[in-house]
Write a protein that binds this ligand. Structure first.
Ligand SMILES: *Cc1c(COP(=O)(O)O)cnc(C)c1O
Length: 497
């Protein structure tokens, strides 16, 4: 299997090369040259373990990794004990099926991919070094985070040999729980730096470091190379396909659908990575009728899916579902590429219009293509809170604000319950205790993380996720803080170059 560039600037590359590069030279994204078909029969699928599914699905895509290697990577990434009580349990809540993707080590859905990706990357570095010569380089992962990605990447890459990871976060832009989760990370190759500024400052400065020629030369002298762990990397996308099969298998095993029965999949969406993986599963043969893309008030995706206009000239809202507060949804490019019949020219012209004018119009045929199966809808802040309260009252199930957005959208588009819905649940409610308490009508203004957690536990009797319990009592291991202009210098100091 080779990987092709959505903008047509780059020759097809192997999976290893695509994972090392992250983004194609020229700014495009790598996509598989075709969608392999995969659909075990119902009994078989319902009985397969997560690991088994992972081996089989990844095996179809990673043709330059041998099967023993894939099996080894999968075993290192996914085992019960690391994911507790299961890797991606599917829970029935009323008529809905919620696929809980937050049982990993940091209680973030990002763990699903970031527990595997470091192994894919180190494997990819070995392979490309063998092919291209020059010996194996040490990989320096740089991450700018607005919250969840930082901790999930730190946990994924910590103590992985041949890698160092440096995470930059805005000192006034993440929740206290998220900050403590990062600052208490152990491991001998992890570095966390607080930046005086907001998330955009961090992201821009990190991008500058990536393109800083002088720093790159110093890095090369030490046989090091920069890489990134963000969600446009193929190494983060492919692992996400697995859980849609696993979820479908569980719904089959519960007898809530018949063999071959189509379901709808509903995904709370930001960068479009998670729902794109569901689209890949659908293309591979998983019986999905509709993909429902749920947004919060930052509903740019709702609009483009409905009318084909992707228009960034709009206000940006800070909501209670911050991981979905996004206007540039990077992975949408991969979907657009497919919808345009893999026409790189069409993708290029859309993105040059976006750069120059702040919007693009989707070609008519592409809009028609996705209108057959893709639905976009959104829920505002009030509706999100209402949904948390209603589902808790009626179904005794506590939603986080991201999942609540998806549930609100799912309920509104349920078609009288004629089709089973699988909803991606992307965060544990204890990650956002203030918003959840407020939705339940419990005042909590000014309370510290532990007090909020205790109060939520007392009100709901829901067990606290181990990754979030007692985070304030853990030792702080990272104290570096810098101004935005000093990010490059900090990287140099940390690496001793
Ligand atoms: C990252 C994230 C999302 C958005 O996922 P995308 O793949 O970027 O669309 C939704 N919910 C939570 C809790 C997240 O952390």
């Amino acid at each position: 299997m080779q990987y092709i560039d959505t903008r047509g600037n780059c020759e097809p590359v192997s999976a290893a090369k695509a994972i090392c590069l992250g983004i194609a030279p020229g700014g495009g994204l790598f996509v598989p040259e075709y969608f392999p078909q995969y659909m075990p029969d119902a009994k078989d699928l319902a009985a397969k373990s997560y690991q088994k599914l992972a081996e089989e699905i990844l095996g179809l895509y990673l043709s330059d990794y041998d099967s023993a290697e894939i099996s080894c990577l999968v075993k290192a990434a996914y085992y019960s004990g690391k994911f507790d009580p299961g890797i991606a349990p599917c829970v029935s809540v009323g008529e809905r099926e919620l696929l809980e993707l937050w049982h990993g080590p940091t209680a973030a859905f990002k763990d699903m991919a970031l527990q595997l990706m470091p192994y894919l990357l180190t494997g990819a570095m070995q392979k490309t070094a063998q092919i291209e010569g020059g010996g194996q380089k040490e990989v320096i992962i740089l991450v700018a985070t607005s919250g969840d990605t930082g901790k999930a990447a730190l946990e994924g890459f910590k103590d992985v040999s041949g890698v160092k990871i440096i995470v930059f976060y805005p000192l006034d832009g993440v929740s206290r729980v998220q900050e403590l989760q990062m600052l208490t990370t152990d491991g001998n190759n992890t570095f966390v730096v607080g930046v005086h500024g907001n998330f955009d400052d961090c992201q821009t400065a990190v991008k500058e470091v990536f393109s800083n020629k002088e720093l790159k030369e110093r890095l090369e002298q030490k046989n090091m190379v920069f890489s990134s762990a963000n969600s446009i990397n193929l190494g983060r996308l492919l692992p996400q396909v697995i859980y849609y099969y696993y979820g479908y298998g569980q719904i089959l095993a519960k007898g809530r659908i018949r063999a071959g029965e189509e379901i709808d999949v509903v995904v709370p969406t930001g960068n479009f990575g998670n729902i794109l993986a569901a689209y890949y599963a659908r293309e591979m043969g998983l019986p999905i009728a509709r993909l429902i893309c749920a947004s919060n008030e930052n509903n740019i995706l709702t609009d483009v899916i409905k009318n084909g206009v992707y228009d960034c000239r709009r206000p940006f809202y800070k909501t209670n579902s911050p991981s979905m507060d996004i206007l540039i949804s990077s992975n949408f490019e991969r979907f657009l590429f497919e919808a345009c019949g893999r026409d790189a020219e069409a993708v290029n012209s859309a993105f040059s219009s976006l750069r120059e004018n702040g919007y693009f119009n989707t070609p008519e045929a592409a809009l028609k293509y996705w209108s057959e199966f893709m639905l976009g809808d959104y829920a505002g802040e009030e509706e999100c809170s209402q949904t948390i309260a209603n589902v808790f009252a009626k179904d005794s199930y506590l939603l986080d604000p991201h999942t609540a957005v998806a549930v609100a959208v799912a309920d509104r588009n349920a078609q009288n319950g004629t089709r089973r819905q699988m909803i991606a649940s992307t965060a544990n409610p204890y990650k956002f205790p203030a918003a959840v308490l407020s939705a339940l009508g419990v005042p909590s203004v000014g309370m510290e993380p532990t007090a909020l957690t205790d109060l939520l536990a007392q009100k709901t009797a829901l067990a606290v996720h181990p990754a979030l319990a007692g985070v304030e009592k853990k030792e702080i291991r990272h104290r570096r803080q810098v101004d935005r202009e000093q990010i490059g210098q900090a990287v140099g100091e940390i690496l001793g170059i």
